[in-house]
Design a protein around this ligand. Structure first.
Ligand SMILES: Nc1ncnc2c1ncn2[C@@H]1O[C@H](COP(=O)(O)OP(=O)(O)OP(=O)(O)O)[C@@H](O)[C@H]1O
Length: 310
């Protein structure tokens, strides 16, 4: 079986408000799946139901084919979760926390000690192993939260915005850790607001809006849903008005704007159309030193899909 996790027609009402409306998706074994959606779209509510922290109004969740609502301990025995920013007791140390969590999983003291060493190294806090968590920065606390989710060597990690609130270095470190966990075979389902993060890490995406799945599939498929891409052309000479007008009339160019010496193009066409466009731009006399697809291509898909679903 290829599915690590499957949700079937998941519904969650808070009184008469429907926060999750008939959500079905699959997380493939070994994948790094991003759960994307605007604020309030139902990401956290969905993840909480997957970890049995909240009961669905209706619908089912299966992990490795086991129904989470009917047999949570069995279904979740292979899962590690970090939902919202967990606050550990400030006066305990990462080592003590991992020992406590390990005992909850009925692990032996020897196994806990061995695992703790490996995990603290994986998340990069070995030197803080015996320091009190209360004094840790937000980034360190996120690493501790991830560490406790790893104690039972989970096959599946469910993470609610793991980079949230971290500074750029903290985010980058967290991405490196998650990438390495996934490379080592851990399946990861992660919610995120940061599209570039999802593009960098994930190979599958589930996009939700207003409690509904509006698109899901592998990242390249979702990106291909819009043929229009954003190209950035940087040149050492400044394009004049005539050049800009000529560029805007080239085949495939939908719109054009200029910021400093950089021309942004909205473009639709094949790879060879793109090559033709570059040749034409060079022929116009622009001294191009960079011609690249900007990272907003996926962002455009996301905005378009969430806009269309309203
Ligand atoms: N316990 C609750 N009681 C009532 N409404 C709730 C509760 N939890 C969530 N909601 C509502 O359900 C909707 C979905 O919330 P949820 O937190 O799942 O969204 P989200 O996509 O995770 O948002 P964000 O990106 O801002 O974290 C929101 O409108 C929220 O206000």
């Amino acid at each position: 079986m290829n599915a690590m996790l499957e949700t079937v027609n998941l519904v969650k009402y808070f009184n008469d408000f429907c926060a999750v409306n008939d959500i079905s998706f699959t997380v493939k074994k070994g994948s790094f799946t991003g759960l994307l959606g605007p604020n309030g779209s139902g990401k956290s509510t969905t993840l909480k139901m997957l970890c049995n922290l909240s009961s669905p109004t209706s619908g089912e969740v299966y992990i490795n084919g086991i129904d989470v609502c009917k047999d949570a301990p069995h279904a979740l025995s292979t899962v590690g979760c970090v939902i919202e920013t967990p606050e550990a007791y400030p006066y305990i140390t990462p080592t003590e926390l991992l020992h406590y969590v390990g005992k909850l999983f009925c692990m032996s003291k020897t196994a806990i000690t061995a695992e703790t060493k490996i995990i603290l190294d994986k998340v990069g806090i070995t030197e803080y192993a015996d320091k009190k968590i209360g004094k840790f920065s937000k980034g360190m606390k996120q690493r501790v939260a991830l560490a406790q989710a790893l104690i039972n060597e989970p096959e599946l990690l469910i993470l609610d915005e793991p980079s949230s609130g971290l500074d750029p270095k903290g985010m980058s470190d967290m991405r490196t850790i998650l990438k390495s966990l996934n490379d080592d075979g851990t399946t990861i389902l992660m919610s995120s607001h940061m599209l570039h993060e999802v593009e960098e890490l994930c190979n599958n995406v589930v996009i939700i809006s207003q409690g509904r799945v509006i698109e899901s599939g592998d990242l390249e498929f979702v990106k291909s849903l819009t043929k229009k891409i954003c190209l950035t052309v940087k040149s050492s000479n400044n394009p004049d008005a005539e050049m800009l007008s000529k560029i805007s009339s080239l085949s495939g160019v939908k719109s054009i704007s200029l910021h400093d010496n950089s021309v942004s193009l909205s473009f639709e066409g094949s790879i060879s159309d793109r090559a033709y466009l570059l040749r034409e731009i060079l022929n116009l006399g622009l001294d191009v030193y960079d011609f690249s697809e900007s990272s907003t291509a996926f962002e455009q898909v996301f905005l378009k899909l969430t806009e269309e679903s309203k």
